[in-house]
Design a binder for this molecule. Structure first.
Ligand code: ADP
Length: 151
């Protein structure tokens, strides 16, 4: 059973995340979308909202599960028999950041990080930009799955 975790904040999930998850499903038997809980971080959406946006998006896809976790991603992997970490790459900044994390994770546990290059059409999308559009009453619906709606 090839199981991968796609960890992130997903505040909120974007079409960029969605694309990586859909493509990840073709590579693995199960993709666990895992929302990392960081008590020091301020989020726009609650954990429950962020989880529901993702669950609703993939409700017809049995190979995708959504969880939240605290602590190190590699510890979650070891406890849940997950052998792969899935991450997306948009640009050189992502690469530098992801490289350091992937090397560190490899020092901590024998878990491979698998990178998928962003789709061209979603390469510019970031949750931080989506939040900015929302805050300023812009049309964020072009950037996120249909399940993400601001009340
Ligand atoms: P984090 O808090 O780890 O930055 P994010 O939710 O922003 O969490 O991102 C989680 C993962 O999704 C990261 O690997 C990030 O590079 C990837 N990602 C974010 N936006 C995109 C996008 N538009 N295309 C491809 N991958 C993306």
């Amino acid at each position: 059973m090839r199981r991968a975790i796609f960890p992130g904040s997903f505040d909120p999930i974007t079409l960029g995340h969605y694309d990586i998850i859909e493509r990840g499903v073709t590579l693995f038997d199960e993709v666990i979308v895992a929302i990392g809980v960081n008590a020091d971080k301020k989020y726009m959406f609650t954990l429950e909202e962020r989880m529901n946006f993702i669950k609703e998006s993939f409700k017809d896809e049995p190979k995708i599960t959504v969880v939240s976790y605290k602590g190190l991603t590699v510890d979650f992997c070891l406890k849940n028999n997950v052998k792969f970490i899935l991450r997306g790459l948009r640009n050189p900044a992502d690469f530098e950041f992801e490289k350091a994390i992937a090397h560190t994770n490899r020092d901590l546990a024998p878990i491979e990080t698998v990178f998928l290059l962003t789709a061209a059409k979603t390469s510019y999308i970031a949750s931080s930009i989506v939040r900015d559009v929302i805050r300023n009453n812009g049309d964020y619906t072009k950037l996120v799955p249909k399940t993400v709606r601001v009340k």
